[in-house]
Design a protein around this ligand. Sequence first.
Ligand code: FES
Length: 157
Amino acid sequence: MNLKVDEIIGHVGEVLPESRKKRGILIHAFQKIQKEYNFLPEEELRKLSKNLAIPLSDVYSTATFYKQFYFTPRGKKIVRVCTGTACHVRGADKVLDKIKDEFKIDEGETTSDLAMTLETVGCIGCCGLAPVATINEDIVGEIDMKKVEGVINLIKK
Ligand code: FES
C-alpha cells in the first residue's frame, strides 16, 4: 500500500486537504481490517501508519474517535442484552446476570475461547418483545428465565 493518497481516491483528492484525504482512507482501512480480524490488531495499525506516512498516534486517535472500532479480540458471537427502559422493567438484569454467570464473563468482556462477547445496548426498537437480546444479527425476544436457557444454548451452538 505505497500509493499516494491522490492515486487512491482519484480526482476527488484535488479538492480535499491532505489531512481529510488520509482520514477518509484510514476509516475505510479500519473497516476492512476489522472485517478481517474482528478488531484492529496493533500490528495492522502500525503497517497502516507506515504505509500512509501517518504517525501511529494519529492512527490511534482517529480509530478511538469512533465507537465502531475495537482494539481487543472480539467473540465470534456478539451477544447484546438490551437494558433500555422497557427491557429493564421486564427483567433484562436477570437475563444479563444469567448469561454472565453461565459464561463467567462480565459485560464488555469476551470468553477466553473467543466464542462470545457480551455487551449491553440501549433500546433496539423491539420494546414490545422485552426483554430482548441479539445474537449477532438475530433478535431474541420475550426472554423469561425459562427461555434464557434456550438463548444460552443458541450462544453455545
Ligand atoms: S427497551 Fe429494549 S427493545 Fe426497547
